[in-house]
Structure formats: C-alpha cells, structure tokens
Design a protein around this ligand. Structure first.
Ligand code: HEC
Length: 105
C-alpha cells in the first residue's frame, strides 16, 4: 500500500513540465510533500487526486477547518467534482487534522 502511494506521488511529480516554446521544457522545481496516512485519506485519494497532485492542495501551508471545507466546496461548485455529503465531511476532517492550523475558522 505505502509502496504504491509513493510511486503515485513520484509519477505525478515527474509530469510537471510545461511546454513553453516548441521543444523547450521548463521544469517546475520538485518539492516533496509529506502525505499523511490516516482516516479519510482513502476518500481524499478517490475524490481529490483525479484532477491534481497532493502537493498542489497543501502547498499553502496549515489552514483552518473552514478553509478546507471551502476549498472542498469550491471544487464541487466551480469544477464539478462529484463528491457526496459524507465524503465532504470526511475530507474536511482529514485536511484539518493533518494540515490544519488548529483554528475552526
Ligand atoms: C474536477 C477536478 C477537480 C477535483 C476532483 C478537485 N479539484 Fe482541486 N482544483 C481543481 C482545479 C482546476 C484547480 C485550479 C484552480 C485555479 O487555478 O484557480 C484546483 C485547485 C485546488 C486548490 C488550490 C487552491 C485553489 O483554491 O485553487 C486546492 C487547495 C484544491 N484544489 C483542493 C481540492 C480538494 C481538497 C479536492 C477534493 C475534495 C479537490 N481539490 C478536487 C480541480 C479539481
């Protein structure tokens, strides 16, 4: 399980190249993000990693519970992410527990 997840993160990181001019690639600096395992990670993996990498979600540092809830809702309203009510709560709790700043809002 762990091995598989590490591989997934590496694959995601290795595809971060932007085509600028014909044949010219710019490499985005590689930053390793620590993916915390725990309750709710399965839901995050199923609902959030379909469109972007893990690091993309947590690169703004620790945030409030409201922030994580709002981000999750934004993905649903703006980008049509199909996430059900139960998973919204589980995902919000996961991010607040592992990447939270301790403040509710
Ligand atoms: C349907 C595709 C899709 C899914 C699924 C998705 N996102 Fe996103 N997400 C995006 C796009 C597109 C952006 C880039 C928005 C931008 O550039 O303004 C983004 C950006 C973000 C950002 C960066 C900050 C911001 O406001 O743009 C965070 C944090 C984020 N997503 C969290 C999540 C979380 C948490 C989940 C799972 C609950 C999730 N995303 C699922 C499409 C998705």
């Amino acid at each position: 399980m762990m091995k598989h997840l590490t591989l997934l993160a590496l694959l995601t990181a290795s595809t971060m190249f932007a085509q600028v001019n014909k044949g010219e690639n710019i490499a985005v600096p590689y930053i390793a993000y620590d993916i915390k395992m725990g309750k709710g990670f399965a839901e995050v993996q199923a609902n959030c990693l379909t469109c972007h990498s893990f690091g993309y979600m947590i690169n703004q540092g620790p945030q409030s519970r409201e922030h994580w809830h709002k981000k999750t809702m934004k993905m649903i309203t703006h980008f049509k992410a199909p996430i059900n009510e139960k998973d919204i709560k589980i995902i919000t709790n996961y991010f607040f527990e592992h990447y939270g700043n301790g403040k509710l809002n």
